[in-house]
Design a protein around this ligand. Structure first.
Ligand SMILES: NCCC[C@H](NC(=O)CCC(=O)O)C(=O)O
Length: 446
């Protein structure tokens, strides 16, 4: 009999400094909304509403905490000194771009928090976690330490869970976590095929690479993660992302493909070698047939896929098929809306579509799939985790009250220098670790 397991979705709770700083070259939405005034309260409530809707349908939903921002220890490491207030003041004066980078709420996109390999795939049969170094962007490269602390505070039992430090933080080992990793399997408890998608081979200068925008993930990083997690050749496939897709604004593979169970939903331009990817998966997938759902450029031009974030959807099992949880923007782009209608007529694995409003996050290039980290857990593993982060009606109510009490409904780039903001954030986060039962994970708490 197959082992029973579930997929738990760990959504990032949007932090109180959610703002639009245009920090991500290659991410079209981030660049085009630079300097817009954000609404952190609305952003956090939109995220909570998504979690609530999915929890209400019976999915195992959990939350990962936001990070401490602005991050004063990083500013100190860069030479700003004095009291916390003076550090802020100096940074704001000397280099507002640095202040913006250390103030980003980007840890909300937990698809980039880590790569997770379920125990059915790994050599020691534990669930393995490696926080992503996110070395391609300075504002994201400062996330992995606290991410690692949060994951260790949740997945505490070492007989079930193994934690690795992030890979060396240099471009050769650029790693963006689960956004470039998807798992195909029969059931969540069965051995699966982990598909690692990379943008570039770092140690081979003649290999194909994008020319306009950076490739954030390297083959060498993906291979290192597979080694660390104890995945042998039966459980890992490495595929190069189409460089042309990166140059069209597909900065992570989850902007152009998503997999769940035996289904791979993808755009024809997602991979450099589409046929090779499918046959590599098929050769390894046990107990089920791969069900590819391929979207052609004639149906949905790649620009429309990027503008709508069609593929940055959550693909979830339902009793009679799969649900595609899409961002609202999908109904605003004509080709995509038409495609979604036709998808439901196809008699394929995807049998339902539901729209989620995560506009605040979308304006920084993060859709429903970016906001969640998937962790497949056997029943005994699920039991072993710290349950303070599991979503219930009670937690939803507490977090909603917490957001309403601590978050601003407007934040501009100038506000990032406000010393009151730093105080508000620390007060809020200190309370949050109590609500979630995480102990001390932030630098200001240590
Ligand atoms: N998976 C979605 C990640 C989106 C994220 N955006 C940002 O960091 C934009 C932040 C800003 O521009 O203020 C990124 O590009 O890594």
């Amino acid at each position: 009999m197959a082992t029973h397991a579930v997929e738990a979705n760990f959504d990032g709770l949007v932090g109180p400094t959610h703002n639009y700083a245009g920090l991500s070259w290659g991410n079209v939405a981030s660049k085009s909304n630079v300097n817009a005034v954000s609404n952190p309260k609305e952003a956090a409530l939109q995220g909570l509403a998504k979690m609530k809707k999915l929890a209400d349908r019976g999915y195992v939903q959990a939350v990962l905490p936001p990070h401490e921002r602005p991050h004063i220890p990083t500013l100190r490491a860069l030479g700003f000194a004095g009291s916390d207030r003076q550090v802020l003041e100096q940074a704001a004066q000397a280099d507002p771009a640095i202040l913006a980078a250390v103030s980003s709420a980007s840890a909300m996109w937990t698809a980039n928090a880590a790569t997770v390999s379920p125990s059915a795939d790994t050599a020691d049969h534990r669930v393995h976690f490696t926080p992503a170094n996110l070395s391609a962007k300075f504002h994201r490269s400062i996330e992995h330490k606290v991410t690692g602390r949060a994951l260790k505070a949740i997945f505490t039992d070492e007989s079930y869970f193994a934690h690795h430090p992030a890979l060396p933080s240099v471009s050769h080992f650029g790693d963006e976590g689960a956004a470039n990793h998807t798992r195909l399997c029969a059931g969540y408890g069965d051995p699966g095929v982990e598909l690692f998608v990379y943008g570039q081979a770092a140690f081979n200068e003649s290999a194909p690479a994008p020319v306009k925008y950076p490739a954030r993930q390297t083959l060498e990083a993906s291979r290192a993660i597979a080694r660390l997690h104890g995945l042998d050749d039966r459980h890992a496939v490495f595929a190069q992302q189409n460089p042309a897709a990166i140059d069209a604004g597909v900065f992570h593979n989850d902007v152009i493909a998503v997999g769940n169970g035996s289904c791979l939903f993808y755009h024809e331009l997602a991979f450099l070698d589409e046929g090779g990817v499918l046959s590599d998966i098929r050769a390894r997938l046990a107990g089920t047939e791969l069900q590819p759902v391929r979207v052609s450029a004639a149906e949905v031009p790649i620009e429309d896929a990027v503008a709508s974030y069609l593929f940055n959807s959550q693909l979830l099992n339902t009793p009679d098929g799969m649900l595609l949880a899409v961002p609202g923007e999908c109904r605003e782009v004509a080709s995509v809306s038409r495609y979604l209608d036709s998808l439901l007529q196809q008699n394929g694995p995807i049998t339902a579509v539901e729209v989620f409003d995560v506009k605040q996050s979308m304006r920084n290039g993060g859709g429903p799939a970016c906001l969640r980290l998937r962790v497949a857990l056997r029943d005994d593993e699920l039991k072993a985790i710290n349950h303070g982060v599991i979503f219930t009606d009670e937690l939803y109510n507490r977090l909603t009250t917490w957001v309403e009490g601590h978050y601003r409904d407007e934040l501009s780039q100038q506000d990032l220098a406000d010393p009151m903001l730093l105080e508000e954030v620390r007060k809020a986060l200190d309370e949050l670790t109590g609500i979630l039962g995480l102990g001390s994970i932030y630098d200001f708490q240590l």
